[in-house]
Design a protein around this ligand. Structure first.
Ligand code: HEC
Length: 216
């Protein structure tokens, strides 16, 4: 070690050198201990973590992966013919398509309440406002980053579109707008449509329709 040879070289005869050398030696010894403890700690952490299997690395199949277990060689299981999964029975075409007899319907499959409107506002602000803007005028923040600006929901043509049309667009998407069917459940889609109706009313209301006590 550097400090030892230092001591051997100068001995104890020169007190100044000896004090400096000794303090350098003891300093390096405590550093040495600290380093050893750190290494032991690291080793312990390594050994302990190696025992725990996380969800991330447990054996499992990825979507579309092959499997030797099933006769058809695929890990994905097909739906059982002529059955419907729980919660996926679609008996009410108005509720699940916004259409009756192939025509969009301008009504709601359930009564719209204040609670539904509030839910619709919350969902709209999460899923639609980034592109359509908080008031539905088409000036969402994403339009500043290359997404084409959608038409304002307050244009006469769009105000006249049926509630079912809005439901269908959320379900299927249109042109550059993606489908939100996987992210927004059926009831929430209707809640959003109800809130769009409220927005449309808010931007086109006739002053005579506003209760006197609400007027500024
Ligand atoms: C990623 C951006 C984006 C999001 C999020 C988005 N939209 Fe759109 N939407 C668009 C664009 C862009 C268009 C115009 C599509 C076109 O004409 O190519 C559009 C079109 C529409 C239209 C049709 C308007 C017309 O001209 O007939 C409706 C209705 C609509 N969106 C509703 C919604 C609702 C409701 C949501 C929330 C569930 C939503 N969008 C979420 C981008 C988006």
């Amino acid at each position: 070690m550097m400090t030892k040879s230092y001591r051997a070289q100068f001995g104890e005869s020169n007190p100044a050198v000896s004090v400096a050398a000794r303090s350098a030696y003891t300093g390096s010894r405590t550093m040495h201990h600290a380093l050893r403890n750190l290494l032991l700690l690291l080793l312990a952490a390594l050994l302990l973590s190696a025992c725990a299997m996380t969800l991330e690395d447990q054996p499992r199949f990825e979507a579309q992966e092959a499997s030797a277990f099933f006769a058809d060689g695929a890990a994905n299981r097909p739906r059982v013919p002529d059955t419907v999964a729980r919660g996926e029975l679609r008996l009410d075409p108005l509720l699940t398509t916004g259409q009756v007899g192939g025509q969009f319907v301008d009504s709601f499959p359930f009564t719209v309440t204040q609670t539904i409107l509030e839910r619709g506002q919350q969902r709209f602000e999460i899923f639609c406002a980034p592109c359509h803007g908080l008031t539905g005028d088409g000036t969402g923040v994403i339009t500043e980053y290359g997404m084409p600006q959608p038409d304002s929901f307050h244009l006469p043509d769009l105000r006249e579109r049926e509630a079912g049309y809005y439901f269908a667009i959320i379900t299927d998407g249109t042109r550059v707008m993606p489908s939100y069917a996987a992210r927004v459940p059926v009831e929430d889609r209707w809640a959003i449509v109800a809130y769009i109706r409220a927005l449309q009313l808010s931007q086109n209301v006739n002053a005579t329709e506003i209760p006197a006590e609400k007027l500024p």
